[in-house]
Design a protein around this ligand. Sequence first.
Ligand SMILES: Cc1cc2nc3c(=O)[nH]c(=O)nc-3n(C[C@H](O)[C@H](O)[C@H](O)COP(=O)(O)O)c2cc1C
Length: 307
Amino acid sequence: MDGLPKGFHIHDGILLKRLSIRTPNLHIMRYNARGFPYNSMRSRLHSGIHPARNGPTMNDTLKTLHSLRSIHGNFSESEISDEDLQTILRTCVRAANASARQSYGIVVIEDREMMKALCGYAGSRGLLFCVDFTRLEMQASHLGHPFAAGGIPSLVIGAIDTVLAAQTAAIAAKSLGIDSLFTNGIHRGDIDRVYRLLDLPLEHCFPLIMLILGYASEEPQFQKSRLDGMGIVHYGKYHPLTTGDLEGLIRAYDDPARHLGMSEDWRKKGMAHYLDWFYTVWVGTFPKTTGKSKMLEILERSGFTQT
Ligand SMILES: Cc1cc2nc3c(=O)[nH]c(=O)nc-3n(C[C@H](O)[C@H](O)[C@H](O)COP(=O)(O)O)c2cc1C
């Protein structure tokens, strides 16, 4: 990149010095765009402010992407405008989609009680993104063409189309100042209720992810960060983690300035590491399924599990 000293590169708007091709970000020195070392930005990291947010390399798109954070249920009563909703819907369908099929359907929910019944959360609007081949099948049958949807390849490809549209909706919303929460609350308990409440087609349609849109009633105290180095990004080929790498990751999760995990008070619960809490407490909060899961039953009924 022009103007950068040898061995430096820009990533996420942060000037980074690469020590070796395999060196993950946990080991590299971080500088902000004005050349301040990462550690001197610690207080800003504590406040959840991305160190490079105001840096000259952050364009508006990157600023929007770096400002994304979930609102965990505390949405205000304020409603988003119909104009903004239409902008979000028209923008999210711009996402790439396999064979130009758009193998998804989006159910827009206005009723907050309905949102709660579907996923446990409520905001101004709920967008339920479903993998859905119904339209493609109806078009084919209308023209008298055979069209075989269903099976695992359709589920995988459909899920990719669907989730790309869903994330694009979240980004479009954020660019308009609208907050969001992705939730798989739709999959908790009796998944069939989602089909019943919304009249979803039983075949070749699967509710994949719910996006709640609205305005936060309370700002989160900090923005969670992300791992973006070892174990996440593999340069050239896949690199298994070494013991040293694992220890680095455990330290990263334990670092109170990083806000990487789900809980901030795991120390108070007597845990040595955040990941001890994660594997023993958090994972344990998910219901254990014995035998065939409800999700598998629904996927079988939808025709998405044949090979
Ligand atoms: C598939 C999926 C399901 C999620 N389900 C929930 C949920 O049910 N409740 C919730 O509070 N957050 C949920 N989240 C939000 C994550 O907890 C959140 O993205 C993560 O903790 C990182 O925080 P951030 O988005 O604020 O950076 C979900 C996110 C995804 C992608």
